[in-house]
Ligand binder design. Sequence first.
Ligand code: GLC
Length: 681
Amino acid sequence: MSSDPTPRPSSRPAPRPAPRRAPRRAWRRRRPALLAALAAGALAAVLLQPQTAADADEALPYQDPGLPVPQRVADLLGRMSLAEKIGQMTQAERVDVDADPSLITDNRLGSVLSGGGSVPAENTPTAWADMVDRYQQAALDTPLGIPLLYGVDSVHGHGNLLGATVFPHNIGLGATRDPALVERIGHITAEETRASGPQWVFAPCICVARDDRWGRTYESFGETPSLVTSMETAIDGLQGAPGQLDEPDRVLATAKHFAGDGLTAYDDSLADTGSYPIDQGIDRVTRAEFDRLALAPYVPAIKEHHVGSVMPSFSSTDFNGGDTDDAVKMHANADLLTTWLKQQQGFDGFVISDWRAIRQLPGTYADQVKTSVNAGVDMFMEPIQAPNNPTGWDEFIPTLTQLVDTDQVSMARIDDAVSRILTAKFELGLFEHPFTDRTHLAQIGSKAHHAVARQAAAESQVLLRNQRHTLPLRGNHDVYVAGSNADNIGNQTGGWTLTWQGGSTNVVPGTTILDGIERSARGAVTYSETAEKRIPRKADGIVVVGETPYAEGFGDVGGPQWAWDPADGGVPRQKQTMRLSDADTRAVQKVCAQAKSCTVVVVSGRPMVIPPALLRQIDALVASWLPGSEGAGVSDVLFGRRPFTGKLPVSWPRTVAQEPINVGDPGYDPLYRYGFGLRTR
Ligand code: GLC
């Protein structure tokens, strides 16, 4: 969870000249035995050598890019104090350090993140790169000069950055059934992210969304593990092939949220109480179902795509059924985080906790830190984000120190965590090239990138109904456009765009669906959001309806809502119901009653209920999902510039009461089946 903090002025850093880039390091599998042997050798070497870079007049082993990464890790580890090791395990939020980056230096912090919407005062690529480099300089101003990792939620492009190319959210990408396109999008996302500073993204979510009432359904590629797994090409796009992580157009990826974030059971008792009825809930499934639906996507993510980090879920598992006393939080689950993920699957990256997630564990804060570190979490996202919280990472550091000093957390566990983190930093080339390589800065938001966003928007459209071959619209008919989401780029980009929750008044470069229609139609185009204007009988009607933006539990059906959000200009937030608003329903009824034909386009993070009586009035129905910054891609298929090829990534229910509804369920009877989609050419 993250709020949208007041941005703070950032001053231009005075970065050191970037040293020569390291030769490509071959991607290698670390062996614990190798590491132990190297550590022993390194320890011997250290005893004979100066303790810090400042004391040596030539490169120390860990500073030598010609040495194997495990050897560099072992040498550096052998030089680190406990404070330096725990600092590497600690992640602050930028608001915590922006006014005083020396906090990074003094606390030996290993990482900083931008939560959703946490951006430099001037939200431009250069200001981002300057900000990250200013924090980087503070990290390098330490005796060992260990570079900083900066993480950000580039979940559909670098959505926090104004000017970045914003792609369809994952549910729309799942509808494309186009893994190569998803890899291309990952690569563009990596290029635009790294060129603006961050070297690490908290993406992709490889969640399997099973109940569409979940506010994070749109972050999922779909309801089946096979579809989700097929889209893990996103990781390849982000990280590149093994050995490319140190390149200026690649970033470290994160498979999240491990595991079963999309399997939680809806708790009716929490609906409309201000809590999250399903997000961060409990997976009430058998272990076999959990293996099939939650763990399965992580195997290829690790073994085939070599994902560099994993983020546990806020959710819990309860394989035994019954009351919630048996539920185990994922951040406390040693069986899954260490035994299954690290030992059995051989995951050799690092585990980053979710936003203050360890504070949901039972017991005191010391209990929470002890449990999560010993369960296998390696780095801790512990933002303070004053005035939201009284403490954060500043409490984590002394707490973990005390746990190690009293042998409640072993030094072996600390060394394992730190080795994993340092390995990522070496693989990213940060020791040789700590500051932002701005080679690709000018590519951010380029025409070429927007062309890919437009293609993705088009391929993500799913044609559900097409009576009388209404689509594609052709000829020089006049067009009448209505609906809440026809001309709203904030709504079509959704959450995680400029602000954490997204917003109807958020504006990013791109085209709305109406913009696209106006460029595609050859007849006159009339636009009236609520269909108040006269509707010409000979006009083709297009009504673009749907949801307003949300993120996480705020998108749960029956979830909490902000009365209004200052960061979004005080836009009132609507409760999410999976049902059309009254205004949209009236617009559909008016247009479908009077226009020559009527097409309804649903812009939403999940299926929405279309009542039978309304459906009968509709000629053509399109699932548009959250198409991103290029609404023109939607009009491309409406007017036949591109064919409809999309297929449902999730089952489309007849009613909300049918949820959860998934292909393979007994008595499966949705309005439109998983995988359904009409083609037009
Ligand atoms: C959020 C989300 C997670 C995100 C993190 C940092 O709470 O659960 O997906 O990466 O915080 O913004």
